[in-house]
Design a protein around this ligand. Structure first.
Ligand SMILES: CC(C)(COP(=O)(O)OP(=O)(O)OC[C@H]1O[C@@H](n2cnc3c(N)ncnc32)[C@H](O)[C@@H]1OP(=O)(O)O)[C@@H](O)C(=O)NCCC(=O)NCCS
Length: 149
């Protein structure tokens, strides 16, 4: 079962704001793309982004830095897949790297009619995976309470 996906990008001048750093929306777009690919490969179904939570942009990403986006499936519901995403940047000239952003994504698998469809059940393989899945379930429960679902 495929559980992780890493996307490597370098960004372009048109992705840059006047202060010389990459627009937050561009970084969030890369996070969404990596989360979608991880969920897609896990479920082997079409997926859509249902939501994203606690996206933190922790430091500016500068033009010329290499951006590594790591997406990791951490839990599933009936039709949804929880994906944790971390963005790391590396200055290729110095080798310095830092975590630049992180967030939690929920992707939903769809059948050919576009209806949410079941995904393979999540089987944690380690204590860390159990902990991450439990955290995802707590976020899900909080969302449910907020939306009255
Ligand atoms: C996501 C979507 C398919 C859910 O449809 P729905 O009719 O609410 O379906 P359901 O109520 O059966 O929920 C399906 C799953 O989505 C989850 N879900 C629905 N809305 C959610 C939200 N805002 N955040 C997180 N999860 C959500 C539910 O918890 C459920 O998960 P589960 O089966 O694992 O328990 C629908 O809202 C949609 O198509 N949204 C647009 C998605 C999109 O276009 N994204 C951008 C392009 S990728």
């Amino acid at each position: 079962m495929n559980r992780d996906w890493t996307l490597i990008e370098t960004l372009l001048p048109q992705d840059t704001n006047p202060a010389g750093s990459i627009f937050g929306g561009v970084i969030m777009g890369l996070m969404d793309k990596a989360a979608a690919i991880a969920a897609w490969r896990y479920a082997r179904r079409e997926v859509v982004t249902a939501g994203a939570e606690q996206i933190s942009l922790l430091r500016p990403v500068r033009l010329g830095e290499v951006v590594k986006v790591e997406a990791r499936v951490v839990c599933t519901g009936r039709t949804s897949i929880d994906v944790d995403v971390v963005v790391e940047t590396e200055n290729v000239l110095t080798g310095d790297s830092a975590v630049a952003a992180a967030g939690f994504f929920t992707m939903v698998a769809l059948d050919r009619e576009g209806t949410p469809t079941e995904v393979p059940r999540w089987e944690p393989r380690s204590e860390e995976e159990r902990r991450l899945c439990e955290a995802a379930r707590e976020r899900r429960a909080r969302r449910g309470r907020k939306s009255g679902r």
